[in-house]
Design a binder for this molecule. Structure first.
Ligand code: ASP
Length: 319
């Protein structure tokens, strides 16, 4: 069961839709580990990646996902496009729409920009991160990573740590893990907590040692300096001392706790490099692997819905 026409965020998804997507992604994990990584789920379809913000993992992951599913994939180089000449987001969307893409993957620095764009085009739109709002495929790949490591999502204690206020990753993860009945803790300085955090039905900790006690999953976040317009932290040194994940703080979590980070990592700011590379706890490389599989699943499901919708429209015209 997956009804969505676009993947704009986790918010509109039902738990059953999340499970459907994760289950399908499992089959793509399998495919991606073979020598011949080919499916024709998107054969003949056109995918355009439109990134208005820098990206390493997400853009390459979407590109690879589309290619493995047999789509024609085009990366729009926004830095050299008419966008730099002042073309509006909507004009760009309408121009691209006229080229008949089937899937449009968009990242934009402004929250809500991708939703707006989705209203103007007639293909399926995937949000690859919009401002501080949502980054749904990141939350889905995180969920798949957790589910594979822990066997479930419900009743796990997940500590999301660091710059929560500016993080779309935190927002999408809170929505997803809440829907899947995990126990959520937000850990970080008061200046980096979203307003009304305590009313969200989650536990909030300023003291990282308290917040990590017995946690099954420790999810670290990057300090989003590009989204800060003032002094949110005393200094990076002080931040690392109080909220950076090191061996001593991690020892307070469950003995089999997993450590996650969406990347890019600031080693020595929010996480100690040794912890990030510790194969006994860190699943950061698994997250990257799951990213490709989850994006393949998301595009496959949206393509099926798109075909069905077009099929209905065509039979309606003929009737
Ligand atoms: N790559 C993630 C994002 O685009 C996390 C980060 O940038 O810190 O939101």
């Amino acid at each position: 069961m997956f009804r969505a026409r676009h993947l704009l965020g986790i918010e509109p998804l039902a738990p059953a839709e999340i499970t459907t997507l994760l289950d399908l992604a499992e089959t793509y994990v399998e495919l991606n580990r073979r020598t011949v990584k080919r499916s024709d789920a998107l054969a003949g379809m056109t995918q355009i990646n439109l990134f208005f913000e820098n990206s390493t993992r997400t853009q390459s992951s979407f590109e690879l996902a589309g290619k493995r599913l047999g789509a024609d994939v085009m990366n729009m180089d926004v830095a050299h496009s008419s966008v730099k000449k002042g073309e509006t987001l909507i004009d760009t969307a309408l121009t691209l729409n006229a080229m008949h893409p089937d899937l449009l993957v968009v990242r934009h620095p402004q929250s809500g920009a991708v939703d707006l764009l989705a209203q103007k085009v007639n293909c399926a739109v995937l949000n690859a991160g919009d401002g501080r709002h949502e980054h749904p495929t990141q939350a889905l790949l995180d969920a798949l990573t957790i589910r594979r490591a822990k066997g479930r999502l419900h009743r796990l204690t997940v500590a999301i740590c660091g710059d929560i206020a500016h993080s779309r990753v935190a927002r999408s993860n809170m929505l997803l893990l809440g829907k899947m009945e995990a126990r959520l803790r937000l850990v970080g300085p008061a200046t980096l907590m979203p307003s009304g955090a305590r009313e969200l039905g989650v536990e909030v900790y300023e003291d990282m040692r308290e917040g990590l006690k017995g946690a099954d999953v420790v999810m670290m976040l990057r300090l989003q300096k590009e989204r800060m317009d003032g002094g949110f932290i005393p200094s990076e040194r002080e931040y690392y001392h109080r909220w950076g994940l090191d061996a001593e703080k991690l020892a307070l979590a469950a003995p089999d706790a997993i450590v996650m980070h969406p990347g890019p990592m600031n080693r020595g700011v929010e996480i100690d490099g040794t912890i990030a590379d510790d194969i006994n706890h860190s699943v950061i490389r698994d997250q990257v692997e799951m990213g490709v599989a989850v994006r393949m699943a998301a595009m496959d499901l949206l393509a099926r819905n798109l075909r069905a919708e077009r099929g209905r429209a065509a039979s309606g015209v003929m009737a």
